[in-house]
Ligand binder design. Structure first.
Ligand SMILES: C[S@@+](CC[C@H](N)C(=O)[O-])C[C@H]1O[C@@H](n2cnc3c(N)ncnc32)[C@H](O)[C@@H]1O
Length: 261
């Protein structure tokens, strides 16, 4: 627990959805190819190396620009998208679950909007991510909501909760990341299992990416059969996004599916 004086001066740390190590790997490869162009080797090989650097430089550009647009010091789009999710939670909160809570940004926003709610954030916090449970707890403490949020390490593919335990279930950009389930729509169904009848769900993910989720109509058909109301919108129809974030490798396939069970 941070002392009150510290809490007032310490800022929460919410990393962006882009992993820095991924950016550094692509940057390293680009620099390597570029360095080769200065080696005393035949010109065609130097030209080839320069050409090989181009796609990696393009990825570095997309990733860096996305970090800038997602971060608080730039376009703040990550926080803006979380605000959209929060705005779609139409009941009084209650018992709230955030699946794949990352650094706790979304769940902390929910805790602030619903002061009488009790919240649970689960995440696998694998080593390939730069988020951690400690960081979530620290952020919640700094934001003054740690007494109502419980963070738990668990996999979204098999949630350690009873059927219908939550009044609200949200998840942002997590289902497609769940490596221990080949079927990513099964992860969304597992999330819905933990929601009470009448409870609200808001899921944002790359649902329009057929390679990951198959035809989204399959998932929508399942949901229509199992929930009382549902709305599905392309992310870009819900919030205006900078052009590069609409790249298919960033949020171009993004969709928000929400409703009541
Ligand atoms: C793109 S981040 C989104 C984080 C957070 N929802 C947000 O909007 O800031 C994806 C998250 O999925 C989490 N994740 C990956 N595999 C998971 C699993 N099997 N179960 C739970 N969370 C998982 C990662 O640790 C990471 O926090």
């Amino acid at each position: 627990m941070l002392r009150t004086a510290n809490r007032l001066t310490t800022k929460p740390k919410y990393q962006t959805w882009i992993r820095m190590n991924k950016l550094l790997i692509f940057l390293g490869i680009s620099l390597l190819f570029l360095m080769v162009t200065f080696f005393p080797i035949p010109t065609p090989l130097r030209v080839l190396s320069g050409l090989l650097a181009l796609p990696f430089l393009y990825i570095v550009f997309i990733l860096s620009y996305s970090i800038y647009q997602f971060a608080g010091f730039g376009g703040n789009y990550q926080s803006k998208i979380h605000d959209v999710i929060v705005s779609k939670v139409d009941n009084r909160g209650g018992n709230i679950l955030d699946i794949g809570t990352g650094s706790g940004s979304l769940i902390i926003k929910l805790a602030k909007k619903f002061p009488h709610s009790s919240l649970t954030g689960i995440d696998y916090w694998g080593e390939n991510w730069e988020y951690s449970k400690d960081q979530c707890e620290r952020n919640a403490d700094i934001e003054g909501v740690s007494d109502r949020i419980h963070f738990l390490k668990a996999s979204a593919s098999k949630l350690p909760f009873q059927d219908g335990e939550f009044d609200v279930v949200v998840s942002c950009l997590t289902f497609h990341e769940v490596k221990d389930s080949i079927d990513k729509t099964a992860v969304a169904k597992e999330a819905l299992r933990t929601l009470k009848p009448g409870g609200t769900f808001v899921f944002m993910d790359l649902f329009l990416d057929e390679k990951t989720f198959g035809d989204v109509n399959g998932l929508l058909k399942f949901l229509k059969k199992n929930v009382s109301s549902i709305q599905a919108d392309k992310l870009s129809d819900t919030i205006p996004l900078p052009r590069i974030l609409l790249n298919k490798k960033v949020l171009g396939h993004g969709m928000i599916i929400c409703g009541r069970k």
